[in-house]
Design a protein around this ligand. Sequence first.
Ligand SMILES: Cc1cc2nc3c(=O)[nH]c(=O)nc-3n(C[C@H](O)[C@H](O)[C@H](O)COP(=O)(O)O)c2cc1C
Length: 407
Amino acid sequence: MSLYGKSILLVIGGGIAAYKSLDLIRRLRERGASVRCVMTQAAQEFITPLSVGALSADHVFTELFDRQDEHDVGHIRLSREADLIVVAPATADLMAKLAAGLANDLASTVLLASDKPVLMAPAMNPRMWAHPATKRNLATLKADGVAFVGPNTGEMAESGEAGEGRMAESLEIVAAIESRLSGAAKPLAGRKIIVTSGPTHEAIDPVRYIANRSSGKQGHAIAAALAELGAEVHLVSGPVSIPDPHGVSVIHVESARQMHEAVERLLPADAGIFVAAVADWRPQAETDQKMKKGVASPALKLVENPDILAGVGHHEKRPELVIGFAAETQDVLENARKKLARKGADIIVANDVSHDSGMGTGGVMGGQRNRVHIVTAEGVEDWPEMAKEEVAKRLAQLVADRVGTKR
Ligand SMILES: Cc1cc2nc3c(=O)[nH]c(=O)nc-3n(C[C@H](O)[C@H](O)[C@H](O)COP(=O)(O)O)c2cc1C
């Protein structure tokens, strides 16, 4: 793909991989992009503004308080003129600054003062990359809509060091830039998709409720991955403690009945993906006052909640594609197959949420990883264990294959 007419703002951070950003500038310009560069103070310890300026054929920006550039508020203008901001190398420090919203030099101020899409190519020592602080910042930035390419696994520039943390190669970064700037990578453009996520809370009295261990991580990641492919995503979320995904319209609900109503209101849609762990039952009567101790122990009489997936699967406004998640603790595939027909779904994504599912403490629910089986009328496809974001990406691609772009 040509990048002709596209304008890239390249923020170069202070890591050894800064030398690779010189090649990146060259590759981008070969493809017709114009490249403006901002260098951090630390970046200038590794490569010079002179070589960056020579390759980009433009002034290189290094100072926040530059009288020449700031007479027209240069730090705001720099990002406004760009189609995409690329941070390469993205140091642990730059990731931390943007995740925290710091703006104490030109690079961080430009990033914070911009509403343009951001692509980061992290590069750092494997221990820095594996540090919980960096992991936290990565999760925050992803939730804020920042895209990432790499890092790769391999030898570090420092002798004797190897592991995950090598900056992606120039051509990989170029490919990531092209895919973000090309409309062709949006196979779900024009498609409306409903996703449910998280648990539901079923009130017993004004302060108590019945809930389950769902964190919403898988459903939210799926909503984000679908939006990434261009879909108009409506996420109906139960009570969760994770942020709303970027680029998605979110309706927050508490109970299964509220979730059901929200989904009904959102129909018609092209696809529905029902990931939420909806409570099967609710207390028959919610008391207005807090139940008091000291009297006879109350008996909780439960009644069944509406079955949201089956309701949509058999609805007169049924979406073209209906996918349900089946969390099971035994006979996972057997139960998923039965659900397929009963719920009127095209696909059941089955996962074993038992504690001995091999997924570490707490199992799948609340955890970071998932191992799922894609059950359709044609058969079962077993996916290997992977991060929930990866499951989400693969599932979004599967949705795109089934209900591709509206013409
Ligand atoms: C030789 C050397 C190599 C470094 N390489 C990296 C690196 O690859 N990634 C990184 O995140 N920090 C690296 N650092 C640390 C950063 O330079 C330091 O955190 C700096 O404050 C980053 O500033 P910046 O984010 O404004 O560019 C390195 C430091 C030195 C001295």
